[in-house]
Design a protein around this ligand. Structure first.
Ligand code: 4AD
Ligand code: MG
Length: 473
């Protein structure tokens, strides 16, 4: 592949190569890309050897096969090039119709042609980084003795309460069978009960942790929230580790270690792509006023995260900082913080991270009323052992907690929060038989990719984004 050839170790050898034409200059120089690297390889052809009709078919997007010697390049801009002896056109690309012209296209335009955008430098870089992050996540857990667990996509439990769910049904929507009370009769549905796409694999991961001690999931999750933001998708990938014999501090340490490990992995393995994305960001930010530009370049920002401890503080401390903050006093926040107990909005999270601490922040011990039923209640009986990690430019990237392992306490919380215990006996069994302290978290994969690539819209870091009003491709 081109990535390997560009290392220059095979000079003098006859090379066979496939790829797509990026540009063709002077009827002589083809810039060829095969997706293995952001760099193209230059193919040099002797145009006297080819019919005009062949030369005219070498266009941006054309797929070709070539053979020839790899030689040191005389020209500027590349170390090596291929002196082509044989050229075969595999697939034409009509230059009048091909939507990707060799010029700068807007991200919005490229979103409309997401099926082709992988072929641009920007999206090539993003999806190679996404691939590396994905591999690094598996490597981190595998190296640390975690069992990878596949949790179900279709679920009957709606107990998580993490967000609105998509229904899964084979009932005829034009003629839904009804119960005596006029509700849809799911007993006649495929699973003989109501089912949804999962919002999280956590509850099942907890079951796994109670046998394997350390597990993680890495799969798609679905939320039908109508949030049309640059941070939300209706279908996103989540990593959910769950560790037994562990408390909230172990949980925070694990999350911080994982994030640092995967960021370092991309710096070690994707530097070329990151350098390209860094330049892209600098160009993009030139259009913004000085005070809205990033203080650090992309790579510097990633290194900063690696080299600094995340700031850890309680929700209560954060509320005090926010209440005293300038934007709160001057009513610059959309949601003014006036009392303990308020749910933090992304404007507050970003203030803490970007203005106050200027580094990643872990908030702990949230009010129990704004968090899920399974979180362990603190001795104050007011707060729970939740922990959220907030990242610069992103806001919440991780949400996790120590779990309530005591059966009586958990049943009490379920009752308070209207979670039906009868349907959750399988979950409660872990608290009946050999219950133990345990904790876990969910890392939003696309939010991680956003952070590492420096992109600003989550729709640009997943190949085919799903969001309200769009399930194209
Ligand atoms: O904070 P959340 O809702 O936590 C859970 O689902 C827990 N069950 C996790 C656990 O403890 N095992 O979601 C976890 C993370 C968020 O911090 C965010 O990064 C991401 O998932 N996330 C989204 N990413 C993209 N689009 C959405 N709509 C998201 N909702 C959550
Ligand atoms: Mg959350």
């Amino acid at each position: 592949m081109i990535k390997e050839l560009l290392l220059g170790k095979r000079i003098g050898e006859t090379i066979k190569i496939n790829g797509w034409v990026r540009t063709f200059r002077n009827n002589q120089f083809i810039a060829l890309n095969d997706g293995s690297t952001i760099s193209n390889i230059q193919l040099v052809i002797d145009f006297k050897e080819y019919e005009d009709t062949i030369l005219k078919r070498i266009n941006p997007g054309t797929a070709i096969y070539a053979e020839g010697q790899l030689v040191e390049s005389l020209g500027k801009g590349q170390k090596v090039e291929i002196k082509v002896a044989k050229l075969v056109i595999l697939g034409d690309s009509d230059p009048e119709k091909y939507p990707l012209q060799p010029k700068r296209h807007s991200l919005e335009f490229l979103r409309e042609i997401a099926h082709l955008r992988f072929r641009t430098n920007t999206f090539g870089a993003i999806f190679r980084v996404r691939n590396s992050l994905s591999f690094a996540i598996h490597k981190f857990f595998n190296d640390n003795g975690f069992v990878y667990m596949h949790t179900p996509i279709i679920t009957a439990s709606d107990a998580e309460g993490a967000g609105e769910m998509f229904k899964v049904t084979t009932l005829d929507l034009d003629d839904v069978p009804k119960t005596e009370n006029g509700h849809a009769d799911y007993r006649q549905d495929f699973f003989e009960q109501a089912t949804n796409l999962t919002v999280s694999g956590q509850l099942e991961a907890e079951l796994g942790a109670m046998a394997f001690s350390k597990v993680y999931t890495f799969g798609p999750t679905f939320r039908a929230e109508n949030s049309n933001t640059s941070r939300h998708l209706a279908e996103f990938w989540m990593i959910e580790p769950e560790i037994a014999f562990a408390d909230i501090t172990d949980d925070m340490n694990l999350a911080e270690d994982l994030l640092k490990y995967v960021i370092k992995y991309t710096l070690d393995n994707n530097l070329e792509d990151l350098e390209f994305l860094q330049q892209r960001l600098i160009q993009e930010e030139k259009q913004k006023p000085q005070n809205q530009r990033s203080e650090q370049a992309l790579i510097e920002k990633l290194e900063f995260v690696l080299n600094n401890d995340f700031e850890r503080l309680s929700y209560t401390e954060a509320i005090n900082i926010l209440m005293r903050s300038k934007p709160n006093k001057k009513k610059k926040f959309k949601y003014i913080i006036d009392k303990w107990g308020a749910d933090l909005q992304s404007e507050h999270e970003r203030y803490l991270v970007e203005k106050h601490f200027k580094k990643p922040v872990i908030l702990t011990d949230y009010p129990k009323d704004i968090k899920a039923f399974y979180m362990k209640v603190n001795d104050d009986n007011n707060t729970v052992r939740a922990m959220d990690i907030l990242f610069p430019g992103i806001g919440e990237i991780v949400g996790g907690s120590q779990r309530e392992e005591n059966l009586e306490m958990l049943l009490k919380r379920m009752e308070e929060m209207d979670v039906p215990a009868e349907e959750m006996q399988w979950y409660l069994d872990t608290r009946r038989y050999g219950s133990a302290e345990h904790a876990g978290f969910g890392l939003g994969f696309e939010r991680l990719v956003l952070f590492v690539t420096g992109m600003s819209n989550i729709r640009d870091v997943i190949p085919f984004p799903r969001y309200p009003g769009s399930a194209k491709f």
